[in-house]
Design a protein around this ligand. Structure first.
Ligand code: GRF
Length: 212
């Protein structure tokens, strides 16, 4: 399955996807990496790996509609079967959503529908929850609101900061996201935006709280 990955930052999830592909446990091919930030470290990793990269920058004052059209054009040129948001820090507009209906997924560092938005780990701490985690979901027009495909849980520890909690969540993200991509490639998860089917027979990932 040909996949385009959208990134804004470090790209640890992109690296995890590529590692899973190399290990033969994710039946996908990253055909392109697209960023809104020219200096995203994820782009350097992609270039070193020989993956085509593109940057569609959005600066203050830029026309957001035009940016959304350009982003959709660049992604469409790569002709992916699936678009994966892996740390892409922008809300997608209609052009990309309409060109890939139900074919865009996102990984979020909290157990949605709680703590959507840019500060999932800090919001979970502020909310006083004892368990947090990550969610992989289909992207719709809202902010972290699309149908949930898979989640993994981690404990929130008494001395956690947003950074330590996020680091613990990312360990789970790096397993869950490639796994979901693999299941989509296999057809075990069907991405019809109206009738999302998720496998129930996945006991080891359905809700896992690792030992603290
Ligand atoms: C991840 O924690 C993801 O959940 C969130 O942004 C972060 C990206 O991390 N959407 P990285 O760039 O993949 O390291």
């Amino acid at each position: 399955m040909d996949v385009v990955v959208l990134v804004s930052g470090r790209g640890s999830n992109l690296r995890a996807i590529c590692a899973a592909i190399d290990a033969g446990i994710c039946d996908a091919n990253v055909v392109g990496v697209v960023s809104d930030r020219r200096n995203a470290a994820a782009l350097e990793f992609a270039k070193r790996r020989g993956i085509p990269t593109k940057t569609v920058s959005l600066r203050k004052g830029d026309d957001r509609d035009a940016w959304n059209e350009s982003l959709a054009d660049e992604v469409a040129t790569l002709n992916p079967e699936l678009v994966v948001l892996a740390g892409f820090m922008r809300v997608l507009g209609a052009p990309l959503l309409e060109r890939f209906p139900g074919r865009i997924i996102n990984v979020h560092p909290a157990l949605l529908p709680s703590f959507a938005g840019h500060n999932g780990p800090q919001d979970a701490l502020d909310g006083g929850v004892r368990i947090s985690g990550c969610t992989v979901h289909i992207v719709d027009a809202g902010v972290d609101t699309g149908p949930i495909l898979a989640q993994a849980a981690v404990p929130v520890l008494a001395d956690d900061t947003a950074d330590t909690l996020h680091a613990r969540i990312q360990v789970q993200e790096h397993q869950l996201l490639p796994r979901v991509i693999h299941q989509i490639a296999l057809g075990a998860i069907t991405l019809d935006p109206l009738t999302v089917s998720t496998p129930v027979a996945d006991p080891d990932r359905s809700l896992c709280v690792p030992d603290a």
